[in-house]
Design a protein around this ligand. Structure first.
Ligand code: FPP
Ligand code: MG
Ligand code: MG
Length: 386
């Protein structure tokens, strides 16, 4: 809205960084097999939203001015021993594993702190942004096989283009390269945080597979437990990667504990809000705009927030949910009831509530343009149409 226009634009702060990322990813995914290169880079060739790396980079900037220990940096700032031209080159050229040692990080940090009003992106932050996007895309490659998806990002889905085997190998390969990148960060806390995302993703998929229904008698109406279960699943499948990559970014900044925690709370709430809107858009936008089929969740047997809310108003949805919309006519009937109900508005309000919590978490960060940009992202998550 108008209010947001006064806030710093994320693109102005990290747009250039993100454009480096695409090239870097292509390099990170080189292999001896031309086919593997093609398949593993396939989804990167389409224009994704890059919300996860965007957040990692903005959190990097927002938290690098709230550090625990000044360590070497403070000793080096203003020191005549520092070769600033070398550091400038390192900062602007965005690369090189030999510059990724902890010492060099600190050196670059101190130089950039002076040059850039404190809005620092370290080489390790860049690597984390790439790793996060690789983990995300890896999960999508497997997800599209599992869901037998038709399209993604406006392209034929991976397995439609290359077959299941290639899709699975490419997903594994991305995860392998992401793991190597993670190890190279030489930060055990960050490795642990990001590794735990992988089991969260599988946990979320299992929760989604196994309806709450399976555990007891069919419910007449969705109770609080049904919503809690859905929201926990939503955190695991989408919130976890966003929350934990934001946390890891703050850890790499050497931020104070309260700032690290705030980065996690921000990402967690933003991630849940993001997925709630995804579940809403599955009912409201055109497939062309979305870049993937709409109505897909019903077809997959999934009762997302819009359905749970609609079910509160229309108990006749209960049996359809229980049989995962598997009978002839179930999907169109559920679609109609969702649209007749308050389900879509209520889902949007719920998303707004999570996104508001994300915005509140930002208050722990020191004021900066990066913090403003993170605030701006919260609203764009709710108003997005793809
Ligand atoms: C998209 O959800 C999928 C996910 C958010 C996670 C999928 C996770 C796995 C397949 C577990 C394996 C993980 C790794 C890292 C290999 P969706 O199907 O609801 O969304 P869509 O409409 O975009 O397909
Ligand atoms: Mg899925
Ligand atoms: Mg899917």
């Amino acid at each position: 809205g108008d209010k947001d226009k006064s806030l710093a634009d994320p693109k102005d702060l990290v747009g250039a960084e993100l454009s480096f990322m695409t090239d870097n990813l292509a390099r990170l995914l080189e292999s001896g097999h031309p086919m593997l290169n093609t398949v593993s880079q396939y989804y990167f060739s389409a224009s994704g939203k890059h919300i996860r790396p965007l957040l990692v980079l903005l959190v990097a900037q927002a938290t690098s001015i709230a550090t625990k220990r000044q360590g070497m940096s403070s000793m080096l700032v203003g020191s005549s021993d520092v070769d600033y031209s070398l550091i400038d080159r390192a900062v602007s050229k965005n690369i090189q594993s030999d510059l990724e040692s902890h010492e060099m990080n600190q050196l670059i940090e101190s130089a950039a702190r002076g040059a850039n009003g404190g809005l620092t992106v370290l080489p390790t932050h860049r690597r984390l942004a790439e790793i996060t996007e690789m983990i995300h895309t890896s999960s999508l490659l497997h997800d599209d096989v599992i869901d037998q998806a038709e399209t993604r990002r406006g392209l034929p889905a991976i397995q439609q283009a290359f077959g299941n085997k290639m899709a699975i190998f490419a997903g594994d390969f991305l995860l392998a390269r992401a793991s190597m990148g993670l190890a190279r960060l030489r930060d055990p806390e960050v490795i642990e945080i990001m590794a735990s995302v992988l089991s969260d993703l599988v946990d979320g998929e299992f929760k989604q597979l196994k309806n709450l229904e399976d555990e007891g008698a069919p419910m007449a109406k969705p109770d609080d437990r049904a919503f809690e279960y859905y929201l926990e699943k939503t955190y695991l499948k989408t919130g976890s990667l966003i929350a934990k990559s934001c946390r890891a970014s703050a850890v790499l900044s050497n931020a104070t504990d309260d700032v690290v925690e705030a980065a996690y709370i921000y990402g967690r709430n933003l991630g849940i809000g993001f997925q709630l809107i995804d579940d809403l858009l599955d009912f409201t936008v055109s497939a062309k705009e979305f870049g993937k089929p709409v109505g897909a969740d019903l077809e997959l047997g999934l009762a997302t927030a819009p359905v749970l809310y609609a079910w509160q108003e229309y108990p006749e949805l209960g049996p359809l949910v229980a049989r995962k919309f598997s009978n002839e006519g179930d999907v169109p009937m559920a679609w109609e009831l969702v649209h007749k109900s308050q389900g879509l508005e209520r889902t949007k309000l719920l998303a707004q509530m999570y996104v508001d919590r994300a915005r509140e978490a930002l208050e722990v960060f020191p004021p900066s343009q990066a913090r403003e940009a993170l605030e701006r992202v919260t609203q764009s998550v709710v108003t997005r149409t793809k």
